[in-house]
Every structure is written in structure tokens, then in C-alpha cells.
Design a binder for this molecule. Sequence first.
Ligand SMILES: [Zn+2]
Length: 309
Amino acid sequence: MKTTLLAASFALVLGSPRAAAAKPLRVVATTPELADIVRRVGGANVSVDGLARGPEDIHQVVMKPSFVTKLNKADAVVYLGLTLEHSFLTGLLDVARNPRLRQDNVRQCAGEGCIDCSEGVKVLEKPASVSRAEGEIHPQGNPHYNLDPDEGPTVARNVAAGLSRVDPAGAADYDKNLKAFLAELEPKLAEWRKRAAALKGVKAVSYHQDTPYLARFTGLQFVATVEPKPGVPPTPTHLERVVALMKAQGVKLIVREQHFDAKTTAWLAEQTGAKVAVIGVMGNALPKTGTYLEFEERNLANLLEAVRP
Ligand SMILES: [Zn+2]
């Protein structure tokens, strides 16, 4: 009886080669929509922990001791990169002391467990010179590429490649899961492109300079930001200038990233007759947008709703 049970349990284990090889890979993802992609691509081989919850400003995520514990134990960390997570990831990796996620002088994360999703992304706004006078600095270019759904496949491929590097035994699984995710994403992309046609050429202002990739996907034309410079709060003089510009150019759309002040954009709307569309710059910034598909869908739907005649 004992031997039969033992044999049966061996058979169970052997039926799933990856499960026999190791415990689930511990993966930390910086944002909710990235965590979702890691779950989709990693499947049963990974357990995923997120850092930012979603509603906060990605540039000002408050570091918690629990983040350090997660990163200390992690086999891999998945991040958007281009210094988007600069406010928290660099400092956390510093104290997490995880050799798999070590940093070097150049890179935020340089160990074998570092999975940078910006590799191969078509980066916009690479600065010719880096100066503090221009406000918040992103020396590698604008990091908000998660607002362009066309970069979704690149991100998912980076996740699959990174997980396969960290866990070669699971490579076939990651490849299979990647294909299943892309098979779901690609028809969505085609649908979103079609719907986004209604936004083409529509002039808009945003609160923060995080919309060039959104503009690339939708064809929206952003003519100003509520912030005078990235990370610098608006002054009354600057706001008057924005109102004048919006009136002169007939701007009818204000894009407010969910974490920014609703009063200021409501005032702008009142002054100009423009409508406000609220978007999230990461998953779960808006309710029920924890998955990558929900995140991209909601942003597009909110923009379309605001320009509907
Ligand atoms: Zn930014």
C-alpha cells in the first residue's frame, strides 16, 4: 500500500516537470498591469508580488519596509524602466541586498534577475541634454510607454525572455503562455486602433508630460501641460497661459491623470468649455483596471467618452 502511494505521488510530480524542479519563482513587479502580464506569462511557475498599488503617483511611490522584504527574497524583479520607477526602485534595491538584483554604476538593476521591460520599446523624447532646469529628469527618454498599447507585445516578450533566463527549465511554459497572451492581446489591439480613429487630430492638454505614447497610439495632439515643467505644480500665471492657448487653438479635451488634482482641471474645463477625461498611468489607478487589458481599455474608453459629440 505504502509503495503504491509513493509511486502514485511520484507519477503526479513527474507529470509536471517544472513543478518537480523547483518551487514557484518569486517575482516582484513594480506596477499592477505589469504584475498581470507576469502572471499571464509566468502561469503556475511564478508567484507575483506587486509594489505600487495603482492610485499613487508613479513618480512618488512611498517605500514600505514590506517592499524590501519582497525584493530581498525575489528571484526576479520586473519593471518598466527608463527611470520611471526611480523614486522607489533604486533605493529599495539598495537596501534589499539581493545579489540577483544587484545594481551597477549605470543601471538601476543589473543582476540576472533584473527584467527591464523597456528593451526594444520605441522610446520618445530622448533628451539631447540633461538639465535639472527642465524639471523631473528621465535621461533615457519619456518612460510612460505603458500608455501605448502597441508596446504591450514587446513588454510581454521581455517578460517571457527574462523569466526564461532566470528559470530555463520553465522556458517552454513561458513561451506557450506568451503565445496565449498575445493571441488575446492582438485582436484587442486591432479593435482599439479602430476605435482610436475618433481621437485622431483632436487637440488636448494633459496634466503631466506623460502622454507622448498615448498620442502616438491615438493620434491625439497634446498642445500643453497643466504642469509648467514635469513634476512642477502649476502657478496661476501658467494656468492663465494654458487657458489662453486652449481658447486660441480650440482645445476641447483635458486629460487628467487620476492622481492629479481634479479641482485644477475642473477650473480649466469651466474656463474653456473643454471636457475632462480621466486616465490612469498604471493599472488599478482607476477602479477595476488591474489587468493589462482592463487598463488599456479603460483609458481609451474614457478618452472616447469625453470627445463624444
Ligand atoms: Zn513622468
